[in-house]
Design a protein around this ligand. Sequence first.
Ligand code: SF4
Ligand code: SF4
Length: 413
Amino acid sequence: MGAEHPLVRKDYEKLAELYNYISMCTHCSNCKYLYEYGAKENFAAIGCPQGDKFKLDSYFGSRAKSSLARGLLKDKLQFTDSVMHAVFTCTTCGACQQMCETDFKPAIMRTIEALRAEAWRFGKVPEAIKRWSNHIKVERNPYMEKHSDRLNWLPNSVKESLPKKATYVYFVGCTASYRQKQIALATVNIFKALGVDFTVAQDEWCCGSPLFRTGQWELAKEFAEHNATLLDRYGAEGFITSCAGCYKALKKDYQEGLPEGYKDKLGINFEAKVLHSTQVIAEMIRKGEVEFKGKFEKVVTYHDPCHLGRHCEVYEDPREVLKAIPGLKFVEMPRNRKFSFCCGAGGGVRAAFPEYSLETAAKRVAEAEETGAEILTSTCPFCYRNLSDAITLAGSKMKMMDVTEILSEVLKK
Ligand code: SF4
Ligand code: SF4
């Protein structure tokens, strides 16, 4: 779309395709805030972490992204360092897309990624993103780790007990494989306790989410095609993941067409069931198949990961799991579900702008503290990482736990 416009620069190929969507932005500024029309207190708060930090209109919400895109396409703007900063400090949280009511809405996330795709041509990409992008091509993870160490989190006794064929492949993801290993272990222990028919792949690669989000679509396709082969290798009908970023990549980016996913655009040949671990567990709880051995007598609040919540609309399953746990008292933060506030880590921001990333996480931790909860929980190892680092830096008394960690404490083995 849009390439036929005479005033649009054709060399910005990926942006030019979206020109007709981009030009639908009316500059109304709804995307700066989270409005809950009709709610008792007509709740409104800043939704864009990028705008909240940098304040300027050139950073705030999808309005800013449409302006940047139009400026570049109409040759009124060059890809300078300032433009790079405004393009790469977006966490791709989707709060702006949630609030937009125009025909630009379905193409907003793609426009953000297209701006980044164009940035690569000019070398206007933060050095940290270039570094992990070079590493991921060789070692299949963005953490500067060896691919051969990917399964080091898995105890040998469990590894040996995993079947060669199973209904599901547990897609662990890079963060739980190399950093938040306790989430991978808790997930495996829960699946074993509940009798889920699963295995863990020997040759899983990064899901490609960091590549999709930073505009490296063609490279991401190679990762999608490799991971798709894992299902045949294990005779599985689908993936279960415990990561919000992996969930969106496997379910949406691999399997949906334009303008949100990449299937049509890149010719990804993949079709399969994809579940988040909390969806599997919530379903078993609904069927009465989960027995608890004890109580978790703590006050808990839940952070919706942007890529599981707003991007994929999985809001209730994690809450159902938490509310079923004996003794647990559940409280909501004011910004929850589609009005959630980002943890600050996504879209390459944690690697490229760690201070701003942690500042955003600290805002979310402060909001969690105000609920009176002792435990902040989530369903994403990447959110876990940023929020737990912010808890430590702030000297907060809160404790970060993944939903799987809480559950594994009270599950009957
Ligand atoms: S992106 Fe949507 S909500 Fe934001 S200014 Fe444009 S039309 Fe309004
Ligand atoms: S995706 Fe999130 S961080 Fe990026 S512009 Fe939209 S609201 Fe702001």
